[in-house]
Design a protein around this ligand. Structure first.
Ligand code: SPD
Length: 279
């Protein structure tokens, strides 16, 4: 008998053929599932939503981190909110100047399960530069003003418990938790089915940051495959200036990110740019 895992988002459903269910349990916060799929390898699913897969995680984690982090002149202190699978931390640690990465993750089970079933993604969590802060990421940022050079919001979707990680109060805490020249990047949504929500987050981030730029990556296991991120800073522009030394080092071992993405990823579809101009 064939086994499939499917995710439904609004009026669309995507499905992946499954070889084996490796783990399925309820944590104190959510339903946690690991399946081994035919096309994308092992897949982490939280509350029915695909979070990451062995095969296409590079298109998410590399693109969440590198376009922003190569633009910072010397990032030493970094915070990752959510992202208990460890993929974002792994990418941050590729920047040798980083001295400390705090992973603020509310659900310790996601970390434990990822370390067991997704070692190629979670392996970097054992690095001595990593500090785990198990608890509410929004509260963590609010309690640590002026501490970080870069903050990456590797959240779940902005529904249910993930909604606070897209609220004004959280964006304000992120701004306040940054040092001078600090930058904030959040994963966002699909521009094909959630363009209004992407635009709404962009507009609200602009209340707190003078430069806010949406950008895209192709992530086949996320709804519609075209996924957006929002970069925010007080002027540091990733399209203009980057550390070319760090960029080359990172790109040499990357599976998705290339120096060409540094400009190309910020090109948005005409329908979005037009809607923005008309707003
Ligand atoms: N629709 C899925 C969005 C999930 C974004 N976060 C994934 C976490 C992977 N580290």
């Amino acid at each position: 008998m064939e086994l499939w895992f499917s995710e439904t988002f609004g009026d669309i459903r995507a499905a992946w053929r499954v070889k084996e269910v490796l783990y399925h349990a309820r944590s104190p916060y959510q339903d946690v599932l690991i399946v081994d799929t035919v096309q994308f390898g092992r897949m982490l699913v939280l509350d029915g939503c695909v979070m990451t897969t062995e095969r296409d995680e590079c298109a998410y984690h590399e693109m969440l981190v590198h376009p922003g982090l190569v633009a910072h002149p010397n990032p030493e202190q970094v915070c990752v909110i959510g992202g208990g699978d460890g993929g974002t931390v792994r990418e941050v640690l590729k920047h040798a100047c980083v001295k400390r990465v705090v992973l603020a993750e509310i659900d310790e089970d996601v970390i434990t399960v990822s370390q067991k079933y997704l070692p190629s993604i979670a392996g970097a969590l054992k690095d001595p530069r990593v500090e785990l802060a198990i608890g509410d990421g929004a509260k963590y940022l609010a309690d640590h003003p002026g501490e970080f050079d870069a903050i990456f919001s590797d959240s779940t979707d902005p529904i249910g418990p993930g909604a606070i990680l897209f609220a004004d109060e959280y964006f304000l805490s992120a701004r306040n938790a940054l040092r001078d020249e600090g930058l904030f990047v959040t994963q966002c949504k699909s521009v094909w089915v959630d363009a209004e929500s992407v635009r709404d987050s962009e507009v609200r981030l602009k209340k707190f940051f003078s430069l806010v730029l949406p950008y895209l990556s192709t992530i086949p296991t996320y709804p519609t495959g075209s996924w957006s991120f929002l970069f925010a800073s007080q002027g540091l522009d990733p399209r203009e200036r980057v550390s070319s030394e760090r960029q080359s080092l990172v790109a040499n071992t990357a599976n998705y990110y290339t120096p060409a993405h540094q400009k190309a990823a910020f090109a948005m579809p005409a329908f979005l740019t037009r809607a923005k101009a008309e707003a």
